[in-house]
Design a protein around this ligand. Structure first.
Ligand SMILES: NC(=O)C1=CN([C@@H]2O[C@H](COP(=O)(O)OP(=O)(O)OC[C@H]3O[C@@H](n4cnc5c(N)ncnc54)[C@H](OP(=O)(O)O)[C@@H]3O)[C@@H](O)[C@H]2O)[C@@H](O)CC1
Ligand SMILES: Nc1ncnc2c1ncn2[C@@H]1O[C@H](COP(=O)(O)OP(=O)(O)O)[C@@H](O)[C@H]1O
Ligand SMILES: [K+]
Length: 501
Protein backbone atom coordinates (compact mmCIF):
# COMPACT_ATOMS: atom_id res chain seq x y z
CA UNK A 1 0.00 0.00 0.00
CA UNK A 2 1.83 3.08 -1.31
CA UNK A 3 5.30 2.24 -0.02
CA UNK A 4 8.01 4.90 -0.05
CA UNK A 5 11.68 4.03 -0.41
CA UNK A 6 14.86 5.86 0.49
CA UNK A 7 17.65 6.41 -2.05
CA UNK A 8 19.64 3.62 -0.44
CA UNK A 9 16.69 1.21 -0.69
CA UNK A 10 16.05 2.10 -4.36
CA UNK A 11 19.74 1.61 -5.16
CA UNK A 12 19.68 -1.82 -3.49
CA UNK A 13 16.53 -2.87 -5.39
CA UNK A 14 18.03 -1.62 -8.65
CA UNK A 15 21.30 -3.44 -8.05
CA UNK A 16 19.57 -6.73 -7.30
CA UNK A 17 17.22 -6.37 -10.28
CA UNK A 18 19.98 -5.33 -12.68
CA UNK A 19 22.06 -8.36 -11.75
CA UNK A 20 19.31 -10.62 -13.13
CA UNK A 21 18.77 -8.64 -16.35
CA UNK A 22 20.83 -7.94 -19.49
CA UNK A 23 22.90 -4.72 -19.33
CA UNK A 24 21.00 -1.50 -19.89
CA UNK A 25 17.50 -2.96 -19.66
CA UNK A 26 16.47 -0.83 -16.68
CA UNK A 27 17.57 2.39 -18.34
CA UNK A 28 15.72 1.41 -21.51
CA UNK A 29 12.59 0.74 -19.46
CA UNK A 30 13.02 4.04 -17.62
CA UNK A 31 13.37 5.84 -20.98
CA UNK A 32 10.26 4.14 -22.31
CA UNK A 33 8.32 5.02 -19.16
CA UNK A 34 9.54 8.62 -19.42
CA UNK A 35 8.44 8.78 -23.06
CA UNK A 36 5.01 7.33 -22.23
CA UNK A 37 4.53 9.94 -19.52
CA UNK A 38 5.68 12.67 -21.93
CA UNK A 39 3.35 11.51 -24.71
CA UNK A 40 0.43 11.78 -22.29
CA UNK A 41 1.28 15.48 -22.00
CA UNK A 42 1.65 16.13 -25.74
CA UNK A 43 -1.09 16.91 -28.25
CA UNK A 44 -2.43 14.04 -30.38
CA UNK A 45 -0.58 15.38 -33.41
CA UNK A 46 2.87 14.78 -31.94
CA UNK A 47 4.63 16.47 -34.88
CA UNK A 48 3.46 19.86 -33.62
CA UNK A 49 5.04 19.33 -30.21
CA UNK A 50 8.30 21.09 -29.35
CA UNK A 51 10.02 19.22 -26.54
CA UNK A 52 13.12 20.37 -24.70
CA UNK A 53 14.99 17.49 -23.05
CA UNK A 54 17.60 18.27 -20.39
CA UNK A 55 20.11 15.41 -20.14
CA UNK A 56 22.55 15.53 -17.21
CA UNK A 57 25.91 13.79 -16.86
CA UNK A 58 24.77 10.67 -14.99
CA UNK A 59 22.25 7.90 -15.46
CA UNK A 60 19.34 10.31 -15.01
CA UNK A 61 20.72 11.93 -18.17
CA UNK A 62 20.79 8.45 -19.72
CA UNK A 63 17.07 8.07 -18.99
CA UNK A 64 16.53 11.47 -20.62
CA UNK A 65 18.47 10.49 -23.76
CA UNK A 66 16.39 7.31 -24.10
CA UNK A 67 13.22 9.36 -23.61
CA UNK A 68 14.38 11.89 -26.22
CA UNK A 69 15.02 9.15 -28.79
CA UNK A 70 11.54 7.66 -28.24
CA UNK A 71 9.87 11.05 -28.56
CA UNK A 72 11.80 11.81 -31.75
CA UNK A 73 10.75 8.44 -33.21
CA UNK A 74 7.16 9.33 -32.26
CA UNK A 75 7.51 12.44 -34.45
CA UNK A 76 7.95 15.21 -31.88
CA UNK A 77 10.41 18.06 -32.52
CA UNK A 78 12.97 17.26 -29.85
CA UNK A 79 15.84 19.51 -28.74
CA UNK A 80 18.38 18.05 -26.33
CA UNK A 81 20.55 20.10 -23.99
CA UNK A 82 23.25 17.57 -23.22
CA UNK A 83 25.67 17.87 -20.30
CA UNK A 84 28.29 15.19 -20.96
CA UNK A 85 29.98 13.41 -18.06
CA UNK A 86 33.40 14.69 -16.96
CA UNK A 87 34.78 11.17 -16.71
CA UNK A 88 33.81 7.77 -18.15
CA UNK A 89 30.08 7.19 -17.81
CA UNK A 90 28.11 3.97 -17.55
CA UNK A 91 27.91 1.76 -20.65
CA UNK A 92 24.13 2.02 -20.71
CA UNK A 93 24.36 5.81 -20.73
CA UNK A 94 26.74 5.65 -23.72
CA UNK A 95 24.26 3.39 -25.53
CA UNK A 96 21.43 5.81 -24.74
CA UNK A 97 23.51 8.69 -26.10
CA UNK A 98 24.09 6.78 -29.32
CA UNK A 99 20.39 6.07 -29.65
CA UNK A 100 19.56 9.76 -29.24
CA UNK A 101 22.30 10.73 -31.71
CA UNK A 102 20.91 8.41 -34.37
CA UNK A 103 17.37 9.73 -33.87
CA UNK A 104 16.00 12.97 -35.34
CA UNK A 105 16.50 14.76 -32.04
CA UNK A 106 18.58 17.91 -32.33
CA UNK A 107 21.52 18.46 -29.93
CA UNK A 108 21.40 22.15 -29.05
CA UNK A 109 23.91 24.51 -27.44
CA UNK A 110 22.95 25.96 -24.06
CA UNK A 111 21.38 29.32 -24.86
CA UNK A 112 19.23 30.66 -22.02
CA UNK A 113 17.55 33.21 -24.29
CA UNK A 114 16.45 30.36 -26.58
CA UNK A 115 15.21 28.30 -23.62
CA UNK A 116 13.20 31.26 -22.33
CA UNK A 117 12.05 32.51 -25.73
CA UNK A 118 10.81 29.29 -27.37
CA UNK A 119 7.20 28.20 -27.22
CA UNK A 120 7.91 24.72 -25.81
CA UNK A 121 5.09 22.22 -25.44
CA UNK A 122 6.98 20.29 -22.78
CA UNK A 123 10.30 20.27 -20.94
CA UNK A 124 11.69 16.91 -19.81
CA UNK A 125 14.01 17.25 -16.82
CA UNK A 126 16.68 14.57 -16.81
CA UNK A 127 19.47 16.61 -15.26
CA UNK A 128 19.85 14.79 -11.94
CA UNK A 129 18.05 12.09 -10.04
CA UNK A 130 19.24 10.08 -7.07
CA UNK A 131 22.87 11.02 -7.70
CA UNK A 132 22.60 14.75 -6.95
CA UNK A 133 25.61 15.53 -4.75
CA UNK A 134 25.50 19.29 -4.28
CA UNK A 135 23.33 22.32 -5.07
CA UNK A 136 22.73 23.24 -8.70
CA UNK A 137 25.27 25.95 -9.52
CA UNK A 138 26.50 28.10 -12.39
CA UNK A 139 24.93 27.43 -15.80
CA UNK A 140 22.78 24.59 -14.41
CA UNK A 141 21.27 26.87 -11.80
CA UNK A 142 20.55 29.50 -14.46
CA UNK A 143 19.00 26.82 -16.67
CA UNK A 144 16.74 25.63 -13.84
CA UNK A 145 15.63 29.22 -13.20
CA UNK A 146 14.93 29.72 -16.92
CA UNK A 147 12.83 26.52 -17.03
CA UNK A 148 10.98 27.64 -13.91
CA UNK A 149 10.00 30.81 -15.77
CA UNK A 150 8.21 28.82 -18.52
CA UNK A 151 4.48 28.21 -18.49
CA UNK A 152 4.49 24.82 -20.28
CA UNK A 153 4.29 21.40 -18.60
CA UNK A 154 7.54 20.14 -17.09
CA UNK A 155 8.06 16.39 -16.66
CA UNK A 156 10.74 15.36 -14.17
CA UNK A 157 12.37 11.98 -14.71
CA UNK A 158 12.69 10.14 -11.38
CA UNK A 159 12.59 13.40 -9.42
CA UNK A 160 12.84 17.14 -10.00
CA UNK A 161 16.53 18.05 -10.31
CA UNK A 162 17.71 19.89 -7.24
CA UNK A 163 15.35 18.13 -4.84
CA UNK A 164 16.55 15.63 -2.21
CA UNK A 165 14.71 12.36 -2.85
CA UNK A 166 14.78 11.34 0.81
CA UNK A 167 13.70 14.58 2.44
CA UNK A 168 11.92 16.77 -0.11
CA UNK A 169 14.22 19.66 0.78
CA UNK A 170 15.85 21.64 -2.02
CA UNK A 171 19.56 20.85 -1.85
CA UNK A 172 21.77 23.64 -0.56
CA UNK A 173 21.30 26.89 1.21
CA UNK A 174 19.59 29.16 -1.30
CA UNK A 175 19.33 26.14 -3.62
CA UNK A 176 17.14 25.86 -6.69
CA UNK A 177 15.24 22.93 -8.15
CA UNK A 178 13.27 22.33 -11.32
CA UNK A 179 9.62 23.11 -10.71
CA UNK A 180 7.92 20.13 -12.38
CA UNK A 181 4.22 19.80 -13.11
CA UNK A 182 4.59 16.01 -13.39
CA UNK A 183 7.10 13.44 -12.17
CA UNK A 184 7.61 9.95 -13.57
CA UNK A 185 9.51 8.28 -10.77
CA UNK A 186 11.30 4.98 -11.30
CA UNK A 187 11.36 1.68 -9.40
CA UNK A 188 9.54 2.97 -6.31
CA UNK A 189 7.94 6.08 -4.87
CA UNK A 190 10.15 8.42 -2.85
CA UNK A 191 9.37 10.38 0.34
CA UNK A 192 10.94 13.57 -0.98
CA UNK A 193 8.24 13.88 -3.63
CA UNK A 194 5.54 14.19 -0.95
CA UNK A 195 6.75 16.37 1.92
CA UNK A 196 8.58 19.67 2.55
CA UNK A 197 9.15 21.26 -0.90
CA UNK A 198 8.32 17.99 -2.67
CA UNK A 199 4.61 18.59 -3.11
CA UNK A 200 5.29 21.92 -4.81
CA UNK A 201 8.16 20.75 -7.01
CA UNK A 202 7.11 17.24 -8.09
CA UNK A 203 3.55 17.99 -9.23
CA UNK A 204 1.57 14.87 -10.13
CA UNK A 205 3.63 11.79 -9.34
CA UNK A 206 3.40 8.55 -11.29
CA UNK A 207 5.44 5.49 -10.33
CA UNK A 208 6.97 3.30 -13.05
CA UNK A 209 8.10 0.05 -11.40
CA UNK A 210 10.17 -0.88 -14.50
CA UNK A 211 8.75 -4.41 -14.27
CA UNK A 212 11.12 -5.25 -11.45
CA UNK A 213 10.26 -8.50 -9.72
CA UNK A 214 8.29 -7.87 -6.52
CA UNK A 215 10.69 -10.16 -4.67
CA UNK A 216 13.37 -7.47 -4.85
CA UNK A 217 11.27 -5.04 -2.81
CA UNK A 218 11.80 -5.39 0.95
CA UNK A 219 8.84 -4.42 3.16
CA UNK A 220 8.81 -0.62 3.53
CA UNK A 221 8.75 1.21 6.89
CA UNK A 222 7.40 4.38 5.28
CA UNK A 223 4.16 4.76 3.31
CA UNK A 224 1.81 7.35 1.89
CA UNK A 225 -1.33 7.67 3.99
CA UNK A 226 -4.20 5.52 2.79
CA UNK A 227 -7.78 5.03 3.97
CA UNK A 228 -7.01 1.30 4.06
CA UNK A 229 -4.67 1.88 7.00
CA UNK A 230 -7.55 2.95 9.25
CA UNK A 231 -10.84 2.04 7.55
CA UNK A 232 -11.50 -0.95 9.82
CA UNK A 233 -12.15 1.50 12.66
CA UNK A 234 -14.89 3.32 10.74
CA UNK A 235 -18.08 2.08 12.36
CA UNK A 236 -21.70 2.76 11.42
CA UNK A 237 -23.74 3.73 14.46
CA UNK A 238 -26.05 1.12 15.90
CA UNK A 239 -29.59 2.17 16.77
CA UNK A 240 -29.30 0.95 20.32
CA UNK A 241 -26.65 3.45 21.37
CA UNK A 242 -26.53 6.66 23.41
CA UNK A 243 -24.12 9.53 24.10
CA UNK A 244 -22.20 7.37 26.51
CA UNK A 245 -21.41 5.01 23.64
CA UNK A 246 -19.26 7.59 21.86
CA UNK A 247 -16.93 8.75 24.58
CA UNK A 248 -16.08 11.98 26.37
CA UNK A 249 -13.47 14.49 25.27
CA UNK A 250 -12.00 17.12 27.56
CA UNK A 251 -10.02 19.86 25.87
CA UNK A 252 -7.70 21.49 28.39
CA UNK A 253 -6.44 24.95 27.52
CA UNK A 254 -7.85 28.44 27.49
CA UNK A 255 -5.51 30.52 29.58
CA UNK A 256 -6.63 34.13 30.03
CA UNK A 257 -7.11 35.74 26.58
CA UNK A 258 -6.79 32.42 24.75
CA UNK A 259 -10.27 30.93 24.94
CA UNK A 260 -10.71 30.55 21.17
CA UNK A 261 -8.24 27.71 20.77
CA UNK A 262 -9.89 25.18 23.14
CA UNK A 263 -13.31 26.11 21.76
CA UNK A 264 -12.20 25.30 18.22
CA UNK A 265 -10.81 21.95 19.35
CA UNK A 266 -13.89 21.20 21.46
CA UNK A 267 -16.35 22.13 18.70
CA UNK A 268 -14.48 19.86 16.30
CA UNK A 269 -14.52 17.01 18.80
CA UNK A 270 -18.30 17.34 19.15
CA UNK A 271 -18.91 17.66 15.41
CA UNK A 272 -16.81 14.61 14.69
CA UNK A 273 -18.84 12.37 16.91
CA UNK A 274 -17.74 12.47 20.54
CA UNK A 275 -20.70 11.87 22.88
CA UNK A 276 -19.86 14.62 25.41
CA UNK A 277 -17.31 17.39 25.12
CA UNK A 278 -15.86 19.59 27.87
CA UNK A 279 -13.93 22.79 27.26
CA UNK A 280 -11.69 23.21 30.30
CA UNK A 281 -10.00 26.48 31.17
CA UNK A 282 -6.82 27.07 33.15
CA UNK A 283 -8.49 30.11 34.66
CA UNK A 284 -11.68 32.17 34.22
CA UNK A 285 -13.84 29.62 32.40
CA UNK A 286 -16.36 31.01 29.93
CA UNK A 287 -19.92 30.45 31.21
CA UNK A 288 -20.68 28.75 27.91
CA UNK A 289 -19.80 28.74 24.22
CA UNK A 290 -22.73 30.63 22.74
CA UNK A 291 -21.80 29.41 19.22
CA UNK A 292 -21.86 25.78 20.41
CA UNK A 293 -23.90 25.64 23.62
CA UNK A 294 -23.61 21.84 23.71
CA UNK A 295 -20.08 22.24 25.07
CA UNK A 296 -19.63 22.11 28.84
CA UNK A 297 -17.28 24.89 29.91
CA UNK A 298 -15.52 24.31 33.25
CA UNK A 299 -12.49 25.19 35.30
CA UNK A 300 -9.81 22.63 34.54
CA UNK A 301 -8.49 22.35 38.08
CA UNK A 302 -11.67 20.70 39.41
CA UNK A 303 -12.06 18.24 36.57
CA UNK A 304 -11.80 14.48 37.02
CA UNK A 305 -9.30 13.60 34.29
CA UNK A 306 -10.17 9.91 34.43
CA UNK A 307 -13.57 10.59 32.88
CA UNK A 308 -12.49 11.64 29.40
CA UNK A 309 -10.04 11.44 26.55
CA UNK A 310 -7.73 14.40 27.09
CA UNK A 311 -6.68 16.93 24.48
CA UNK A 312 -4.29 19.25 26.25
CA UNK A 313 -2.56 22.32 24.92
CA UNK A 314 -4.69 24.64 22.79
CA UNK A 315 -4.26 28.09 24.36
CA UNK A 316 -2.93 26.45 27.55
CA UNK A 317 -0.24 29.08 28.17
CA UNK A 318 2.97 28.52 30.09
CA UNK A 319 1.89 29.18 33.68
CA UNK A 320 2.69 26.94 36.68
CA UNK A 321 -0.98 26.03 36.75
CA UNK A 322 -0.76 24.93 33.10
CA UNK A 323 2.31 22.84 33.86
CA UNK A 324 0.58 21.21 36.84
CA UNK A 325 -2.43 20.34 34.66
CA UNK A 326 -0.13 18.77 32.08
CA UNK A 327 1.58 16.71 34.79
CA UNK A 328 -1.86 15.49 35.99
CA UNK A 329 -2.94 14.66 32.44
CA UNK A 330 0.24 12.67 31.81
CA UNK A 331 -0.20 10.80 35.08
CA UNK A 332 -3.82 9.87 34.29
CA UNK A 333 -4.82 6.62 32.60
CA UNK A 334 -6.89 8.45 29.97
CA UNK A 335 -6.07 8.50 26.27
CA UNK A 336 -3.97 11.62 25.72
CA UNK A 337 -3.20 14.03 22.90
CA UNK A 338 -0.80 16.91 23.56
CA UNK A 339 -0.63 19.93 21.26
CA UNK A 340 0.55 23.52 21.13
CA UNK A 341 1.50 24.99 24.53
CA UNK A 342 1.55 21.53 26.11
CA UNK A 343 4.39 20.71 23.72
CA UNK A 344 6.25 23.88 24.68
CA UNK A 345 5.88 23.03 28.36
CA UNK A 346 7.19 19.55 27.63
CA UNK A 347 10.18 20.99 25.78
CA UNK A 348 11.00 23.16 28.79
CA UNK A 349 10.57 20.45 31.43
CA UNK A 350 12.62 17.24 31.06
CA UNK A 351 10.76 15.67 34.01
CA UNK A 352 7.47 15.94 32.10
CA UNK A 353 9.13 14.38 29.07
CA UNK A 354 10.37 11.47 31.16
CA UNK A 355 6.89 10.95 32.63
CA UNK A 356 5.34 11.08 29.17
CA UNK A 357 7.82 8.57 27.74
CA UNK A 358 6.97 6.15 30.55
CA UNK A 359 3.21 6.43 30.09
CA UNK A 360 1.94 2.86 29.63
CA UNK A 361 -0.76 3.89 27.15
CA UNK A 362 1.45 6.16 25.04
CA UNK A 363 0.04 9.34 23.52
CA UNK A 364 -0.37 11.42 20.38
CA UNK A 365 1.68 14.60 19.93
CA UNK A 366 0.84 17.10 17.17
CA UNK A 367 3.78 19.51 16.83
CA UNK A 368 4.30 21.99 14.02
CA UNK A 369 7.95 22.31 12.98
CA UNK A 370 8.83 24.93 15.63
CA UNK A 371 7.30 22.86 18.44
CA UNK A 372 9.11 19.78 17.13
CA UNK A 373 12.37 21.73 16.99
CA UNK A 374 11.98 22.80 20.63
CA UNK A 375 11.29 19.22 21.71
CA UNK A 376 14.34 17.95 19.82
CA UNK A 377 16.65 20.79 20.84
CA UNK A 378 17.09 21.56 17.14
CA UNK A 379 16.35 24.41 14.75
CA UNK A 380 13.29 24.61 12.48
CA UNK A 381 15.65 24.34 9.49
CA UNK A 382 17.08 21.10 10.89
CA UNK A 383 13.59 19.65 11.37
CA UNK A 384 12.47 20.70 7.89
CA UNK A 385 15.62 19.37 6.26
CA UNK A 386 14.56 15.85 7.31
CA UNK A 387 10.93 15.80 8.38
CA UNK A 388 10.58 12.03 8.43
CA UNK A 389 13.79 11.66 10.44
CA UNK A 390 12.71 14.35 12.90
CA UNK A 391 9.27 12.80 13.44
CA UNK A 392 10.79 9.35 13.97
CA UNK A 393 13.35 10.70 16.41
CA UNK A 394 10.70 12.45 18.46
CA UNK A 395 8.42 9.40 18.42
CA UNK A 396 11.23 7.20 19.75
CA UNK A 397 12.37 9.77 22.30
CA UNK A 398 8.93 10.34 23.83
CA UNK A 399 7.30 6.96 23.11
CA UNK A 400 4.64 8.88 21.21
CA UNK A 401 2.71 8.80 17.97
CA UNK A 402 4.01 12.01 16.49
CA UNK A 403 2.15 14.10 13.92
CA UNK A 404 4.69 16.54 12.44
CA UNK A 405 2.42 19.04 10.72
CA UNK A 406 2.99 21.04 7.54
CA UNK A 407 2.92 20.30 3.81
CA UNK A 408 3.15 16.51 3.68
CA UNK A 409 2.39 15.92 7.38
CA UNK A 410 4.49 13.05 8.74
CA UNK A 411 2.99 10.63 11.25
CA UNK A 412 5.59 8.49 13.06
CA UNK A 413 5.16 5.70 15.59
CA UNK A 414 7.62 4.83 18.38
CA UNK A 415 8.60 1.62 16.51
CA UNK A 416 9.85 3.63 13.51
CA UNK A 417 6.88 3.10 11.19
CA UNK A 418 6.00 6.34 9.44
CA UNK A 419 3.39 7.66 7.02
CA UNK A 420 3.29 10.82 4.91
CA UNK A 421 -0.15 12.34 4.43
CA UNK A 422 -1.38 13.23 0.95
CA UNK A 423 -4.45 15.36 1.66
CA UNK A 424 -4.52 19.04 2.63
CA UNK A 425 -3.37 22.24 1.03
CA UNK A 426 -2.18 25.75 1.91
CA UNK A 427 -5.72 26.82 2.82
CA UNK A 428 -4.78 25.23 6.15
CA UNK A 429 -2.02 27.80 6.66
CA UNK A 430 -4.12 29.93 9.01
CA UNK A 431 -4.45 30.24 12.76
CA UNK A 432 -6.58 27.66 14.52
CA UNK A 433 -6.46 24.82 12.00
CA UNK A 434 -4.09 22.95 14.32
CA UNK A 435 -6.63 23.23 17.16
CA UNK A 436 -9.22 21.69 14.82
CA UNK A 437 -6.87 18.78 14.11
CA UNK A 438 -6.25 18.12 17.79
CA UNK A 439 -10.00 18.11 18.53
CA UNK A 440 -10.65 15.73 15.64
CA UNK A 441 -7.98 13.23 16.67
CA UNK A 442 -9.16 13.47 20.28
CA UNK A 443 -12.71 12.73 19.20
CA UNK A 444 -11.65 9.59 17.34
CA UNK A 445 -9.67 8.46 20.40
CA UNK A 446 -12.74 8.97 22.58
CA UNK A 447 -14.74 6.81 20.16
CA UNK A 448 -12.33 3.97 20.76
CA UNK A 449 -9.81 4.35 17.96
CA UNK A 450 -6.23 3.30 18.72
CA UNK A 451 -3.66 6.13 18.85
CA UNK A 452 -1.94 5.34 15.53
CA UNK A 453 -5.11 4.97 13.49
CA UNK A 454 -6.72 8.04 15.12
CA UNK A 455 -3.69 10.09 14.06
CA UNK A 456 -3.73 8.73 10.50
CA UNK A 457 -7.48 9.21 10.06
CA UNK A 458 -7.53 12.62 11.75
CA UNK A 459 -4.79 14.01 9.53
CA UNK A 460 -6.38 12.49 6.43
CA UNK A 461 -9.88 13.88 7.16
CA UNK A 462 -8.59 17.31 8.18
CA UNK A 463 -6.73 17.62 4.86
CA UNK A 464 -9.62 16.17 2.86
CA UNK A 465 -12.05 18.70 4.35
CA UNK A 466 -9.71 21.51 3.26
CA UNK A 467 -9.36 19.98 -0.21
CA UNK A 468 -13.14 19.82 -0.65
CA UNK A 469 -13.57 23.40 0.52
CA UNK A 470 -10.92 24.60 -1.95
CA UNK A 471 -12.60 22.68 -4.77
CA UNK A 472 -15.82 24.46 -3.88
CA UNK A 473 -14.07 27.85 -4.04
CA UNK A 474 -13.87 28.66 -0.32
CA UNK A 475 -10.07 28.65 -0.37
CA UNK A 476 -7.14 28.49 -0.39
CA UNK A 477 -7.28 32.23 0.33
CA UNK A 478 -9.20 33.14 3.42
CA UNK A 479 -10.47 29.76 4.58
CA UNK A 480 -10.99 29.83 8.33
CA UNK A 481 -10.46 27.08 10.86
CA UNK A 482 -14.14 27.26 11.90
CA UNK A 483 -15.24 26.46 8.35
CA UNK A 484 -13.31 23.22 8.50
CA UNK A 485 -15.50 21.87 11.27
CA UNK A 486 -18.71 21.15 9.27
CA UNK A 487 -16.61 19.99 6.30
CA UNK A 488 -14.85 17.45 8.53
CA UNK A 489 -18.26 16.22 9.72
CA UNK A 490 -19.34 15.65 6.11
CA UNK A 491 -16.06 13.96 5.18
CA UNK A 492 -16.25 11.61 8.19
CA UNK A 493 -19.88 10.66 7.55
CA UNK A 494 -19.11 10.00 3.86
CA UNK A 495 -16.17 7.84 4.82
CA UNK A 496 -18.29 5.83 7.24
CA UNK A 497 -20.96 5.41 4.53
CA UNK A 498 -18.37 4.12 2.06
CA UNK A 499 -16.11 2.08 4.31
CA UNK A 500 -17.90 1.65 7.63
CA UNK A 501 -18.93 -1.68 9.08
N1 LIG B 1 20.70 3.05 -10.63
C1 LIG B 1 19.34 3.02 -10.63
O1 LIG B 1 18.75 2.95 -9.56
C2 LIG B 1 18.66 3.29 -11.86
C3 LIG B 1 18.82 4.56 -12.17
N2 LIG B 1 18.19 5.14 -13.13
C4 LIG B 1 18.37 6.55 -13.25
O2 LIG B 1 19.64 6.96 -12.84
C5 LIG B 1 19.56 7.95 -11.82
C6 LIG B 1 20.71 7.85 -10.91
O3 LIG B 1 21.84 7.96 -11.71
P1 LIG B 1 23.25 8.40 -11.17
O4 LIG B 1 23.59 7.63 -9.97
O5 LIG B 1 24.18 8.34 -12.29
O6 LIG B 1 22.98 9.89 -10.69
P2 LIG B 1 22.43 11.20 -11.46
O7 LIG B 1 21.26 11.66 -10.69
O8 LIG B 1 22.29 11.02 -12.89
O9 LIG B 1 23.58 12.28 -11.17
C7 LIG B 1 24.91 11.89 -11.03
C8 LIG B 1 25.81 12.70 -11.93
O10 LIG B 1 25.64 14.06 -11.69
C9 LIG B 1 26.85 14.68 -11.21
N3 LIG B 1 26.41 15.64 -10.24
C10 LIG B 1 25.71 15.41 -9.10
N4 LIG B 1 25.30 16.55 -8.54
C11 LIG B 1 25.70 17.53 -9.37
C12 LIG B 1 25.56 18.95 -9.37
N5 LIG B 1 24.90 19.58 -8.41
N6 LIG B 1 26.10 19.65 -10.38
C13 LIG B 1 26.75 19.04 -11.37
N7 LIG B 1 26.92 17.70 -11.43
C14 LIG B 1 26.41 16.96 -10.44
C15 LIG B 1 27.69 13.54 -10.76
O11 LIG B 1 29.02 13.80 -11.00
P3 LIG B 1 30.07 14.20 -9.86
O12 LIG B 1 29.36 14.37 -8.56
O13 LIG B 1 31.02 13.09 -9.85
O14 LIG B 1 30.62 15.47 -10.38
C16 LIG B 1 27.24 12.42 -11.71
O15 LIG B 1 27.89 12.55 -12.94
C17 LIG B 1 18.23 7.71 -11.17
O16 LIG B 1 17.74 8.87 -10.55
C18 LIG B 1 17.39 7.29 -12.36
O17 LIG B 1 16.93 8.42 -13.08
C19 LIG B 1 17.35 4.42 -14.10
O18 LIG B 1 18.09 4.39 -15.30
C20 LIG B 1 16.93 3.04 -13.68
C21 LIG B 1 17.89 2.34 -12.76
N1 LIG C 1 0.79 24.61 3.32
C1 LIG C 1 0.12 23.66 3.96
N2 LIG C 1 -0.24 22.52 3.33
C2 LIG C 1 -0.90 21.55 3.98
N3 LIG C 1 -1.24 21.63 5.29
C3 LIG C 1 -0.92 22.73 5.97
C4 LIG C 1 -0.22 23.79 5.34
N4 LIG C 1 -0.03 24.77 6.28
C5 LIG C 1 -0.59 24.34 7.41
N5 LIG C 1 -1.13 23.11 7.25
C6 LIG C 1 -1.82 22.31 8.28
O1 LIG C 1 -2.60 23.19 9.08
C7 LIG C 1 -2.48 22.88 10.47
C8 LIG C 1 -1.80 24.05 11.19
O2 LIG C 1 -1.54 23.73 12.52
P1 LIG C 1 -0.79 24.73 13.51
O3 LIG C 1 0.45 25.24 12.86
O4 LIG C 1 -0.68 24.07 14.82
O5 LIG C 1 -1.81 25.94 13.57
P2 LIG C 1 -2.54 26.64 14.82
O6 LIG C 1 -1.61 26.53 15.98
O7 LIG C 1 -2.73 28.06 14.41
O8 LIG C 1 -3.82 25.95 15.03
C9 LIG C 1 -1.66 21.59 10.50
O9 LIG C 1 -2.53 20.48 10.46
C10 LIG C 1 -0.84 21.68 9.22
O10 LIG C 1 -0.41 20.42 8.76
K1 LIG D 1 15.43 14.71 -12.93
Amino acid sequence: MNPLYSCAEIRAIEEAAAAALPDGVLMQRAGQAGANAALDLLPFSTAKARVLVLAGPGNNGGDALETAAHLAYAGAQVSILHFPPQSISSTERAVALQRAQTSDARFAELDLAEVAGTDWTLVVDGLFGLGLQRPLAGALRELALAVNGLTCSVLALDLPSGLDADTGAIVGPDGVAIHATHTATFIGNKPGLHTCDGRDYAGLVDVARLDIDIGHFAPARLHLNDVKFFSRHLRSRVHNSHKGSYGNVAVIGGARGMSGAPLLAARTALNSGAGRVYALFVEDPLPCDSGQPELMCRLADDFDMRSSTLVIGPGLGASRLASALLARAIASDSALLADADALNLLAAEPALQAALAQRPGGCVLTPHPLEAARLLGATIAEVQSDRVGAARKLAAKLNANVVLKGSGTVIAAPNGDAVINTTGNPALASAGTGDVLSGLCGSLLAQGWPLWEAALAGVWLHGMAADVLVTEGSGPIGLTASELVPAIRVALNRMVQHHGR
